[in-house]
Design a protein around this ligand. Structure first.
Ligand code: TXA
Ligand code: MG
Length: 340
């Protein structure tokens, strides 16, 4: 398996022990989680953390998420743990929820980008959990992509993004959730949603029995997931409604001058009219699981333009619309000025 890609390893017991040893040596190991693949390093080793930033080309003031084996480990990383943190941890861990809390004094500033809070989660993936157990410490891991690029949801994507900048990639198959975790900040007076994800605002509010503030009001801290341009393909990507898509569909000159790829929302489209068509599922979880790998596939197809048909603008689709909007953000002006 993967003869051409020596960095990608099957998650055998031996390879997990090897990966734990690499982490102890301050090296980088890409780990599968249920959300996306993470670029992992020993969270207590500042030199190893610096390697993450170098490999990703990520600015040093952007904080990382620390992955821990279980909720009991929370006390190693944070202080003043509010009751609501235990409640959410109890309810959702292991799972795609990250909690931001006040950091313990021995959490390196390199991990938190200089802030006095730290982001933590227990990933729900057997390989990540086995590695955490074998390693015996916290693993700091941002998504294993280059800064501002599409997050990897398969081992081969990590190889494509980082190549030999990572010392080992543990292959845990395709990620089940496919979108980054929901982030909730519990370090202030009131809980606040920093990044939408599969676990929704409403679900969290029902566990907390109190409202969750939205990120808009959050005075700009260093949160790359909240930057305007993020998760972006290299190919120009535009979001469009069904009507706009139909307009382009009928414009032969435009179609002939451009190699166009379509990310369709559940609709079969006449394949003769465009260069590449991907029909997405119409259920949120299935769509989320495939989004990044399909965007990546379109991005690798040497197209001039990717047109992504908008899913419904409902709260259920919020995390997906959030990612799509960010993927297309840098080209929005173009689309508005074009008569399609
Ligand atoms: O699903 C996920 O969360 C994946 C997997 C690998 O666990 N990780 C991930 O990491 O998406 P990354 O680095 O791509 O995104 C981390 C997010 C950023 O939006 C960052 O700003 C936020 O977590 N974050 C980390 N520490 C924070 C802190 N102390 N305060 C506020 N936001 C923080
Ligand atoms: Mg990321």
């Amino acid at each position: 398996m993967n003869e051409m890609k020596p960095n990608i390893k099957i998650p055998s017991e031996t390879n997990i022990q090897l990966a734990a040893e690499l982490l102890r040596q301050g090296k980088l190991v890409a780990i599968p989680t249920e959300t996306v693949y993470g670029l992992g390093a020993d969270a207590k080793n500042p030199e190893a953390i610096k390697r993450i930033f170098a490999a990703k080309d990520r600015p040093a003031d952007h904080p990382l998420i620390v992955h821990i084996p279980d909720k009991a480990a929370l006390t190693d990383w944070v202080i003043d743990i509010p009751e609501v943190a235990w409640k959410l941890a109890e309810h959702y861990w292991p799972g795609p929820l990250t909690l931001v809390l006040k950091k313990h004094s021995d959490v390196p500033m390199e991990v938190t980008g200089g802030q006095n809070t730290v982001a933590l989660r227990v990933p729900n993936h057997p390989v990540a959990l086995s590695l955490l157990k074998a390693f015996g410490g916290g693993i700091a891991a941002p998504s294993a992509n280059r800064f501002c690029r599409i997050s990897p949801t398969q081992a081969s994507h990590v190889e494509e993004e980082l190549g030999d900048k990572v010392d080992m990639i543990l292959d845990g198959g395709a990620c089940q959730v496919g979108l980054e975790s929901t982030i909730v900040d519990l370090s202030g007076d009131q809980p606040r949603l920093l990044r939408p994800g599969q676990i929704s605002k409403a679900e969290i509010e029902s566990v907390l029995q109190q409202p969750l503030l939205l990120p808009e009001a959050y005075e700009k801290i260093h949160a790359p997931g909240m930057m305007e341009v993020h998760y972006a393909p290299i190919t120009k990507t535009l979001l469009c409604t069904q009507d706009q898509l139909r307009g382009i569909f009928q414009d032969d000159t435009f179609k002939h001058q451009n190699k166009i790829g379509i990310l369709s929302f559940g609709r079969e489209i006449n394949s003769g009219s465009f260069d590449k068509i991907i029909v997405m599922p119409v259920t949120v979880n299935d769509y989320g699981q495939l989004l990044y790998s399909k965007l990546r596939e379109l991005d690798n197809a040497e197209l001039d333009l990717i047109l992504a048909e908008q899913p419904p603008q409902t709260s259920e689709w919020l995390p997906i619309n959030d990612r799509l909007k960010k993927a297309a953000k840098q080209w929005v002006e173009d689309f508005q000025s074009k008569s399609v």
